[in-house]
Design a protein around this ligand. Structure first.
Ligand code: SF4
Length: 482
């Protein structure tokens, strides 16, 4: 009896210690990862709005897991051999396991990660689901990158297993829709962005149906490659499609990267300010992209906000010093908090932050009041629903610049050529990493696509060749490629 009584306080102490650890706003591994990330950043991006190393470590993506695609877009950033690699579920899942495990141990316990390669929907639905589950297992919040040309049954089979049980409470997809794409069912080639609106709407409708029938929530991003040919159609895409169900519009000015047989226009004509102005035209308002910076501004511009009716509002007003103070307080006190944690952990973590810094409460209340006044107060909420909407521009770089820039960085040299130096600076501040566990390193996605993909895809085409089954004598008309 006495021994049992003595054991009780010890157990209590262990339980309290575990509770303290589980409700820590930011765990030690994440703290260390953020410090490492900040220390690695070049000086020119260590500005007050920088989120890397303060709020997060940046985004991640897969490579070499399913290089093949069934479209023939112009341009295409995949190397020539990508389409010679067979889609193979076990290969995909095994590679993702290795890459995610590496991210988890070498970077941080949690991050957003893109399930990306060739076309993800060429994977069998069960393999696609398993890939997402593996990413979640390693603390990654996955987003599937697709051309969106699949049907509802495929989506349902990802979300709901063969046993009829729901596999996911929420799915995130980024769908590419634009006139540079070739191969979509029903509209193999579109010459006007507007012609693709029915496909955009149909894509969003599938997710609404999935939510209705199976209770799976969704987050959808709309991706668009920008060329001189469609840059002036950006505004129209946003205006017509903003209420379809997307919560992000992301634009990627085309770069000379990947398969050079698909380079059809003069991409060097694309001016980033011009592209951003077209995005602002679509949003109907100036989009402040310097409130929160992700890496280098020459790579990324992001504006976070929401639509209320037809008007877009930024979460923070960059011209209001009080809002900028809110940004600084957020980064200082909430940076690194894992907001996708289950609610029973997230709530006590946030409460601990607020208990330690009670001045956050009046700061948040005043921000809330200012924001309400900006959009017209509670009356406006009676008439319109708030639709969160993020606008992004991500500018990949040309292979001709990345190749020498990376070679010099590998030798520890900085170039004197302004163009190559800019490329090097951007690579050093890269916010989009790919994992190479076999060589124990992370590389920027630009390096992956410009330098490493051609060799990797050639090797994969030997490892996973596409096999053509020749027709037998009895069935002369039949021929299958797998
Ligand atoms: S270096 Fe390339 S992959 Fe990295 S953030 Fe810049 S454009 Fe993106």
């Amino acid at each position: 009896m006495a021994a049992a009584l003595l054991r009780y306080p010890a157990r209590m102490m262990t339980w309290l210690r575990r509770l303290e650890q589980a409700t820590r706003p930011v765990d030690d591994q994440t703290k260390a990862a953020l410090q490492r990330r900040w220390a690695e950043l070049p000086a020119h991006v260590k500005i007050s709005s920088q989120t890397l190393g303060r709020c997060g470590i940046g985004c991640e993506g897969t490579h070499g897991v399913f290089p093949k695609c069934n479209f023939a877009c112009k341009p295409c950033y995949h190397s020539r051999d990508a389409n010679q690699v067979r889609i193979d579920g076990p290969h995909t899942v095994a590679q993702i396991e290795k890459q995610m495990s590496y991210f988890h141990t070498s970077r941080a316990p949690h991050a957003h990660a893109q399930l990306i390669g060739g076309e993800v929907s060429l994977l069998d639905a069960d393999d696609h689901a398993e890939a997402l589950q593996v990413m979640r297992k390693y603390g990654r919040e996955p987003m599937s990158f697709t051309h969106g040309d699949f049907d509802y049954d495929y989506l349902r089979r990802i979300a709901v297993g063969p046993d009829g049980k729901r596999r996911f409470g929420r799915l995130s997809f980024a769908a590419h829709f634009d006139t540079t794409m070739v191969g979509r069912q029903g509209i193999r080639r579109a010459y006007n962005e507007e012609d693709l609106d029915p496909q955009r709407r149909g894509f969003c409708d599938m997710f609404r149906r999935l939510k209705r029938e199976h209770g799976v929530r969704f987050y959808l991003a709309h991706n668009m490659t920008v060329t001189p040919g469609n840059v002036d159609q950006i505004a129209g895409v946003i205006t017509r499609c903003k209420a379809m169900g997307f919560n992000m519009f992301s634009f990627q000015p085309a770069a000379y990267v990947g398969d050079d047989r698909r380079w059809t226009e003069d991409f060097s004509k694309l001016d980033p300010d011009h592209v951003w102005r077209r995005i602002e035209e679509g949003a109907g308002v100036r989009l402040p992209f310097d409130v929160f910076q992700i890496g280098d501004a020459r790579c990324n511009r992001t504006a976070w906000g929401f639509f209320l009716g037809d008007r877009w509002y930024s979460v923070l007003d960059d011209n209001d010093p009080a809002d900028v103070a809110v940004r600084d307080a957020y980064m200082r006190h909430f940076g690194g908090v894992h907001f996708n944690a289950p609610l029973h952990l997230l709530v006590p973590r946030l409460m601990r932050v607020v208990a330690k810094h009670p001045d956050l409460i009046p700061l948040a209340l005043r921000w809330f009041g200012r924001t309400m006044r900006r959009f017209g107060g509670p009356v406006a909420l009676l008439h319109h629903r708030i639709v969160p909407m993020t606008f992004v521009m991500h500018r990949f770089m040309h292979t001709a610049d990345v190749t020498p820039a990376w070679a010099m960085l590998e030798r520890g040299e900085m170039s004197d050529d302004p163009r190559i130096r800019e490329t090097q600076e951007r690579l050093q501040a890269c916010s989009y990493a790919m994992a190479h566990p076999e060589s124990d390193r992370l590389v920027p996605a630009c390096v992956q696509h410009s330098v490493l993909d051609p060799v990797e895809n050639l090797e994969l085409s030997r490892e996973l060749p596409i096999v053509t089954i020749r027709p037998t004598v009895e069935t002369p008309a039949a021929s299958t490629t797998i």
